[in-house]
Design a protein around this ligand. Structure first.
Ligand code: ASP
Ligand code: MG
Length: 438
């Protein structure tokens, strides 16, 4: 048994829903996780925002717009009156509920209840369509089995217990449809796994049930070995180790939510990235296999700020770095790259909300130099020290690029360079030429 997750664009129109339904009914008994139709969660965020600002007129007009859109989808999707009727009844309930929030106090839980409606609508629509096609299908509400604690951490064992029971009781069912993204919290209120969280839902189910595979279906053919917007001729990477995928996800390969592969990694369930537009393509498989000596991909992350603290007091001092790190912690800012010398330390951050306060505090420790508009370039692959020679290949590709920081040795899968954003394009192109051209 596998879990198949389809994102917003994959279910973004009635036509796409029909295509997805074909992929789902492949003769296997699978669990299918769906996002909201593309654009819907954004609309719901906007609606919630107008409710929050007590601008009910605009909220209601946006709700009406959404409703008209969904009514048109119903017409296009179903060929029988019964399926159309069943879906219309559900949509009516959703839109009555959305409007009713005008009478409620606006709380975070109201906002989350509003955001949840996109996935509730898309899963009902596809379930009713499959039913109309004669598929033995069951809609399973994520609100019944996916729960998070105060820190947003899911209770994996509850997923296992619920589904094991449910699968045993529904042996005749071929396809189980459920919502990505949405869940409940400890107060039993509707909550969510953060924007883009449907991948995470799928990985949690796959890990909790130790399924054969977690498939993430999107509209691109897997992870590419470089940024296709910047470099021509990039190729999909066929296989990645979980850690390589985690590095790439953080460094802007937006195809996969960074935290989502953790549960899969811990249980060893492979994750496969596939393309709905090209279902036959092999995509990218992410598993625990380490391919010897292979350099897999290059990625970049923009809008990085570099901070250098130089002080002769650092020489032979104890606890100097702790003081620096504590400053960032106090200002709720996480550090990405770190390099040190005897008389200085350089760090990078990707969120400069508290930069001013951080710099003021750091001035007590030394001379502070800030560089904005920087970019991290990372190379991912088998970069164990036994893989001799990769450093010189990478360094020779970067020979014309002014480099501000280099970080290697933090993991066996990554070497990172901090450069100015102006040089990003040249760096990515040179790395592709050196590392990936045949
Ligand atoms: N619908 C949600 C969002 O747009 C979750 C997801 O698509 O993964 O963020
Ligand atoms: Mg998504």
């Amino acid at each position: 048994m596998k879990v198949l997750k389809f994102g917003g664009t994959s279910v973004g129109s009635p036509q796409r829903m029909k295509e997805v339904s074909k992929l789902i009914t492949n003769g296997e008994r699978n669990i299918v996780v769906l996002s909201a139709m593309s654009g819907t969660t954004n609309s719901l965020v906007e609606i919630a925002d107008y409710f929050k600002k007590r601008n009910f007129e605009t909220a209601h007009s946006l709700i009406n717009k959404l409703r008209i859109k969904y009514e048109a989808h119903v017409k296009d999707l179903y060929s029988t009156e019964a399926a159309a009727q069943k879906t219309t009844e559900l949509l009516d309930e959703v839109f009555v509920l959305l409007r009713s929030f005008a009478n409620a106090d606006f709380t975070p839980s109201v906002e989350k209840a509003i955001l949840a409606q996109g996935e509730i609508m898309s899963t009902n629509m596809v379930t009713n369509y499959l039913e109309e096609c004669g598929v033995k299908v069951r809609l399973v509400s994520a609100l019944d089995y996916l729960r998070i604690d105060e820190d947003g951490e899911p209770y994996l064992s509850q997923i296992t217990a619920y589904w094991e029971d449910f699968l045993a009781q529904n042996e005749d069912i071929e396809v189980f449809i459920t919502q990505g993204f949405i869940c409940r919290n400890d107060n039993n209120e509707i909550d969510n796994l953060q924007r883009g969280g449907s991948d995470y839902s799928a990985c949690l189910i796959g890990a909790a049930l130790k399924l054969d595979e977690i498939q993430i279906w999107t509209d691109i053919d897997g992870m590419h070995n470089n940024d296709p917007r910047v470099v021509d001729g990039t190729k999909p990477v066929r296989q990645l180790h979980f850690e390589e995928a985690a590095e790439l996800a953080y460094f802007g390969a937006k195809i996969l939510h960074p935290t989502c592969i953790l549960p899969a990694r811990f249980t060893g369930v492979p994750v496969r990235l596939l393309n709905t537009m090209e279902p036959e393509a092999p995509g990218t498989i992410i598993n625990n296999e380490m391919r010897q000596g292979a350099i897999k991909a290059v990625a970049a992350k923009d809008n990085i700020t570099a901070i250098k603290i130089v002080s002769s007091r650092m020489l032979l001092a104890k606890g100097y770095l702790r003081g620096i790190f504590e400053t960032f912690e106090r200002h709720n800012t996480s550090i990405d790259m770190v390099t040190t010398s005897e008389v200085g330390v350089s760090l990078s951050i990707d969120n400069d909300t508290h930069l001013h306060a951080i710099v003021e505090d750091l001035k007590e420790s030394g001379t502070v130099i800030v560089d904005k508009d920087m970019c991290i370039i990372c190379v991912v692959g088998d970069l164990r020290s036994q893989n001799v020679g990769f450093e010189s290949r990478i360094a020779s590709a970067m020979c014309d690029i002014p480099i501000r920081m280099i970080s290697y040795g933090g993991s066996e899968h990554n070497i990172s360079f901090l450069i100015h954003q102006d040089h990003k394009k040249a760096a990515l192109q040179a790395l592709s030429r050196e590392l990936f051209s045949e």
